[in-house]
Design a protein around this ligand. Structure first.
Ligand SMILES: N[C@@H](CCC(=O)N[C@@H](CS)C(=O)NCC(=O)O)C(=O)O
Length: 215
């Protein structure tokens, strides 16, 4: 399987967690010509990262990819057994993609201090804090967000929560995670596949946010 990704791409990191957790053999490739290139869009019409390719067959959109991986490589399962439990995991996946991650992504434009609007950063921080409060109400860490073993619901937040803290910190503002999420993050980050999958992303994120210190 070819996995189109970059080290800095947070949605790629979300899928890399599922790939590593399932022990899938994959070849990680940069998008040829860059993700905005005609060359990459000839392969992946969305022009987004991540994407996977098996022969002529291509799939993009992180959640569609993770669901495919779950069907194609059922062991270890990343969805629980019961219909309601599975629906709850899928709900958190959508909550992450549609409501929690977008205000974090909106902060990216604020990282450059010469273009930063501190009021905009404050508003985005409030929005993120509100979403984290919602996530904290649904979270039932034992030790993963909703399940005793890693599930699809953990994959996005395992990237986006540290990213929110790191980007806000680079923008001069602090983010306190609700205790329940802090405990979950510390425990879930210990999972060997999570640590393996996130290493390139951590390094690339630090290099992006703190270029002088890391070069
Ligand atoms: N909904 C998409 C979002 C993917 C996404 O926004 N990826 C970023 C990199 S993390 C990207 O490709 N950005 C390039 C662009 O938007 O042109 C998914 O879940 O895969």
């Amino acid at each position: 399987m070819i996995f189109y990704a970059t080290a800095l791409s947070s949605y790629s990191a979300k899928v890399r967690i599922a790939l590593c957790a399932k022990g899938v053999v994959f070849e990680e490739r940069l998008p040829p010509g860059g993700y905005r290139s005609a060359q990459y869009q000839a392969i992946v019409p969305m022009g987004k990262l991540p994407a996977i390719q098996e022969g002529d067959w291509v799939l993009s959109e992180s959640e569609a990819i993770n669901e495919y991986l779950e069907e194609r490589y059922p062991e270890p399962p990343l969805l629980p057994q019961g219909a309601q439990e599975r629906a709850q995991v899928r709900f958190l996946c959508r909550f992450h993609d549609l409501y929690l991650e977008p205000p974090v992504r909106a902060l990216f434009a604020q990282v450059d201090p010469t273009k930063r609007d501190p009021e905009r950063v404050s508003l985005l921080r409030q929005d993120i804090a509100r979403r984290l409060g919602q996530l904290a109400q649904w979270a039932r860490p034992h030790p993963y967000l909703l399940t005793p073993s890693l599930s699809l619901a953990d994959c996005g937040p395992l990237v986006t929560l540290p990213l929110a803290g790191a980007v806000l910190s680079a923008c001069g503002q602090a983010l306190a995670l609700p205790d329940v999420l802090q405990r979950w993050l510390e425990a879930a980050s210990q999972h060997p596949a999570v640590a393996q999958a996130l290493l390139p992303w951590h390094q690339a994120t630090q290099a992006w946010l703190y270029p002088k210190e890391t070069r």
